[in-house]
Design a protein around this ligand. Sequence first.
Ligand SMILES: C[S@@+](CC[C@H](N)C(=O)[O-])C[C@H]1O[C@@H](n2cnc3c(N)ncnc32)[C@H](O)[C@@H]1O
Length: 242
Amino acid sequence: MARIAYDSRDAAAFEAARHLPEQGLVAWREAVSRHLDPRPGTRLLDLGAGTGMWSRAFAAWYDVDVIAVEPSEAMRARCPHPRALAGDASTIPLADNSVDAAWLSTMIHHVPDPTAAARELRRVLRPGGQVLIRSAFAGRHDSITLFRFFREAVRVLDTYPSVEDVEAAFATAGFTTVSFEPVPQTTSPSLREVLANLRREAHTPLQLITDEEYAAGLARLRSAARTERGPVVDALDLLVLR
Ligand SMILES: C[S@@+](CC[C@H](N)C(=O)[O-])C[C@H]1O[C@@H](n2cnc3c(N)ncnc32)[C@H](O)[C@@H]1O
């Protein structure tokens, strides 16, 4: 079970508020390109693909075959990628040895059994295939702007798996760490825009704090947005396993 429903309300909010601007994708393209060697015919799995931001980006960046797998019907309904399949990390609807790499963006904290997910990824990946995990891991709130204002949401983040938890789960299926790096992304041109576009349902940590805590965070964000200028840069982590 995911931590939140990902029903049609969450899906609409996610699509409206969480897709990165072009500028935000640039750093990820560079980071991913350091690890993947995409060639025509390369098959990439986007697991927990959501509304398809990354499937679309990978298909545009590289001449590869992208398969999106996503359990929520509401998220899939908003995914423009032509190959979006129903499935989750415990039952990936793909044949053994059928993909060259897997991309898991901000979804690992929803996976109830990361060890089973690692086993399943090992099954569908071809030998030497990599798993690229983009996430906010437990303990890693310092470079994420929302946590500066919604301080109480750090409590939620700290229930997510840590980097070490994920490495340990994947080690049971024979994966080892290739690299770990924070990737700074331009999330928004300004705090004012962050405030204007903020949708509580689009962020699991904001859904799981109290209404009072949310209101307090919003007041802090409003106050800062009145005076702070310049782009909002957040760093999420990229963990690469092979
Ligand atoms: C925060 S969204 C991220 C969507 C997309 N990867 C992105 O970065 O834009 C998390 C997604 O993980 C999906 N999810 C939840 N539990 C899952 C599971 N056990 N296996 C695969 N995906 C899951 C949710 O339905 C949701 O679409």
